[in-house]
Design a protein around this ligand. Structure first.
Ligand code: HEC
Ligand code: HEC
Length: 355
């Protein structure tokens, strides 16, 4: 009798703990502010229907930050809001829509790294030139808010508009850096480009000129060998490579992935950049050393440093050992004409992304 009662007490106790734990869990799923979310419950929102562009691999969309139109709009508002920083900068100060959300000069804050394009990030697992961030876009945005901007959370919480929106869209009354990262990550995810001339060609909706087609053949054959790293259709393989840009690594940033792993094997390796809208950029490579696409093509043609230990094997194939690719001036121009087909004005003019 006694032990039966003890048992039922135990059961009640366990059930109570269960309820407390599951309540806590719901709270965190809503965004969790650690300081109580009194009076805040998520309102009904307009779902945003993610359509994976045809011929693209499936993007991973995290289940704990469901897409809605309201959340994306909030992310866009934060993106363009200089109050996130303490020096008058917004994300838009460095990543400009008319350049495919890349920038036109190197960043001193980032030790002289250039400003990469924010496009098709939904297909990335590795971020930043040196691959120093890996994981979800929510993780990357958390780093941008806390490390780059060192956002004054008190200041953000004092803005009634943001208090109202975070309350309604995420159920939080006390906004944290983690909360800011969520809508920002949604806005980053919808910055997709899939309607360039190249995409239309891939989908069979329009041809390339003969000239561009010759460039296509160089890019996607052993002649240029570009496609191994700038892989179709995202135009990056999301991996780290040493493409032979340096033989000595003068600055720390030139050491690339070595900064993350401290392994000699990773010296000079960089995340393969996405070539979408590449023709809209004004400087190329991690430190912006090249100013034209012809500089880049000349580098691949005859400037690759092949005698470095961590060089990618693709750069040292037998045909390349005797002075490089040996492209004629005509072929270089064809290759550049093809790189121009990655320009997607549907994206760079899209009013949905504008302030
Ligand atoms: C001062 C200029 C500057 C500002 C402001 C800025 N960025 Fe960046 N951003 C950069 C640079 C430079 C890099 C590359 C840094 C690196 O590789 O270490 C970068 C990298 C990124 C990346 C990774 C892209 C990739 O290809 O891996 C994302 C995403 C990003 N920024 C989004 C944002 C967002 C969102 C904001 C606002 C919260 C922002 N940035 C504000 C300069 C800036
Ligand atoms: C072994 C992999 C690999 C191959 C092959 C390769 N690339 Fe790259 N590419 C990279 C990496 C890595 C970078 C960044 C290096 C850096 O920033 O120092 C890069 C940078 C670039 C850039 C600059 C992009 C920017 O945003 O700054 C362009 C343009 C480019 N490559 C075009 C090409 C072309 C054209 C070919 C073929 C002739 C080619 N690549 C072959 C890996 C590769």
């Amino acid at each position: 009798m006694k032990s039966a009662r003890k048992k039922s007490y135990l059961l009640i106790l366990l059930a109570t703990i269960g309820i407390v734990v599951s309540c806590k869990k719901t709270n965190t799923n809503n965004g969790g502010d650690g300081g109580g979310n009194s009076g805040c419950s998520v309102v009904e929102m307009k779902p945003y229907v993610w359509t994976n562009p045809s011929r693209f691999p499936l993007a991973t969309i995290p289940s704990d930050n469901q897409f809605t139109e309201e959340r994306i709009a909030l992310g866009k508002q934060l993106y363009y809001d200089a109050r996130l920083s303490n020096n008058g900068e917004s994300c838009n100060s460095c990543h400009k829509q008319n350049m495919g959300f890349a920038g036109d000069s190197v960043s001193t804050f980032d030790n002289g790294l250039s400003k990469p394009p924010l496009v098709n990030l939904a297909w990335y697992n590795i971020f930043m030139w040196t691959g120093r961030l890996q994981g979800t876009l929510e993780d990357v945005m958390y780093a941008e808010v806390t490390k780059r901007f060192n956002t004054d959370i008190g200041k953000i919480n004092a803005i009634q508009d943001y208090r109202d929106k975070f309350c309604k869209y995420y159920g939080v009354s006390n906004i944290t850096a983690q909360d800011l990262a969520k809508p920002l990550a949604q806005f980053m995810r919808v910055l997709t480009s899939s309607n360039s001339k190249y995409d239309k060609f891939v989908r069979g909706e329009g041809g390339l000129t003969d000239y561009e087609m010759k460039g296509y053949d160089i890019f996607f054959s052993e002649k240029g060998d570009c496609f191994h790293c700038h892989a179709a259709v995202v135009l990056t393989d999301d991996m780290m490579h040493n493409n032979g840009i340096d033989s000595v690594y003068a600055k720390d940033i030139d050491k690339g992935y070595y900064n993350v792993t401290h392994s000699e094997y990773d010296l000079g390796k960089f995340k393969t950049p996405n070539l979408r809208n590449v023709a809209l950029r004004t400087e190329f490579m991690h430190d912006g050393r090249f100013k034209t696409l012809m500089d880049v093509v000349n580098f691949y043609d005859h400037g690759v440093h092949i005698h470095v230990p961590s060089i990618d094997p693709i750069m040292t194939k037998p045909a390349k050992l005797n002075g490089g690719l040996h492209l004629s001036e005509e072929e270089k121009a064809e290759l550049i004409a093809f790189l121009n087909t990655f320009t997607d004005t549907t994206m760079t003019n899209n009013p949905y992304f504008k302030q």
